[in-house]
Design a protein around this ligand. Structure first.
Ligand code: SAM
Ligand code: SF4
Ligand code: FES
Length: 347
């Protein structure tokens, strides 16, 4: 199996069968071998710099019904909220003073936030913080909408593909949603000129090594600038309430493989990883990730943006999370960089 890791490092891709073999045979020795390489590759491009993104969860209203998600439309127990423009701007101001130079506006697919409102928010944030990058993560929209957001000044867009296998996608989503549309959105975003992020949950219900191999091949095909990978964690009010969570080990392994395949990708060590293990985010960095996304949302709404159970950092102020994260990164020999943290293309 080590030969396959060497091959991935050299060729930056494997065949479907080779990915399946690697993923099915992961073991602690292979992890060690992979992570050592992943860290060297990441450090070659980004040294020991960790980029921070200030996450603003600005609405938990969603018209979609993804079966895994705690803020899905059908969850009657979710206490809904949306932030005002002024609240979002306050979050940015707080974040800016703490050293954030990227803001991520994330939310459910909330019809209240039509294109005019989103564009207005983008323009105001960019006019107040012209040295910052703005990332959107607000789901599937039309080509024209994405184009309008880009023209308004948004720089990046996160849209996890969730799974690259059609059958698997159907088991995770209602019939009204399709993988082909999700992929088309990603192609559109790329064509428009966004820095694009795809990604998936590790350990989502019905996932297997074959599906993970397909995820790797799709990521290779898309060549995104960012990849978001974190463990699936069940939420008590969803149809997947009693499904097991994804494991720390497999999530770290996938992060390592992605680093070898896309040496300069921007890859977060996610809050979900920190939720399944107290040192999850540190371990994610040590497996090849190079981004962390502390929360800037106001404390009174944080415990309402619950995608999964037991989410961490829901009671902490933005500054507390930021200092906590700085400390955690320093403890493992890394440092948080005050920088937009743009993608660095291979030269
Ligand atoms: N609504 C937008 C979308 O779906 O792209 C953005 C927000 S959505 C909550 C962000 C991501 O959360 C999803 O892409 C999904 O991978 C992740 N997520 C949702 N439910 C989750 C769960 N139960 N465990 C882990 N991650 C989850
Ligand atoms: Fe809505 Fe996104 Fe959750 Fe799906 S994953 S229900 S689109 S917030
Ligand atoms: Fe939020 Fe540690 S990162 S409290």
């Amino acid at each position: 199996m080590k030969a396959l890791i060497d091959k991935l490092e050299k060729k930056r891709n494997l065949t479907n069968e080779e990915f399946v073999a690697l993923i099915s045979n992961r073991n602690p020795e292979l992890d060690k071998y992979l992570f050592e390489k992943a860290v060297v590759i990441r450090n070659r491009h980004y040294e020991s710099d960790i980029y921070i993104r200030g996450l603003i969860e600005f609405t938990n209203f969603c018209k979609k019904d993804c079966l895994y998600c705690g803020i899905r439309k059908s969850n009657q127990n979710a206490e809904r909220y949306r932030l005002t423009k002024e609240q979002v701007l306050d979050c940015c101001k707080t974040g800016y003073d703490l050293g954030f130079r990227t803001f991520v506006l994330q939310g459910g697919e909330d019809a209240y936030f039509n294109d005019d409102r989103i564009c207005d928010m983008i323009k105001t944030i960019k006019s107040q913080h012209s040295d910052c990058a703005l990332t959107l993560s607000i789901g599937e929209k039309s080509y024209a909408s994405y184009e309008a957001y880009h023209n308004a000044g948004a720089d990046r867009y996160l849209l996890r593909h969730e799974t690259a296998n059609d059958e698997h996608y159907k088991k995770l989503h209602p019939l009204s949603m399709s993988l082909s549309n999700r992929k088309q959105c990603l192609y559109n975003l790329k064509k428009i000129g966004f820095q694009v992020g795809c990604g998936f949950m590790v350990g989502s219900p019905y996932q297997n090594a074959e599906y993970l191999a397909e995820d790797m091949l799709f990521i290779h095909y898309l060549q995104p600038q960012m990849v978001g990978v974190g463990p699936f964690i069940p939420h008590r009010d969803t149809p997947f309430a009693s499904e097991p969570a994804g494991t720390l080990e497999m999530t770290l392994f996938m992060l390592g493989l992605i680093r070898l395949m896309l040496p300069n990708v921007l890859m977060p060590s996610t809050t979900a990883l920190g939720t399944i293990h107290p040192k999850g985010r540190e371990l994610g960095i040590l497996a090849g990730a190079n981004v962390v996304m502390p929360n800037l949302s106001p404390t009174d709404v944080r415990n309402k943006y619950l995608l999964y159970d037991n989410k961490i950092c829901t009671g902490d102020e933005a500054a507390e999370c930021q200092y906590c994260m700085q400390h955690r990164m320093e403890e493992i020999g890394y440092s948080i960089k005050v920088d937009r943290g743009d993608y660095k293309p291979v030269v």
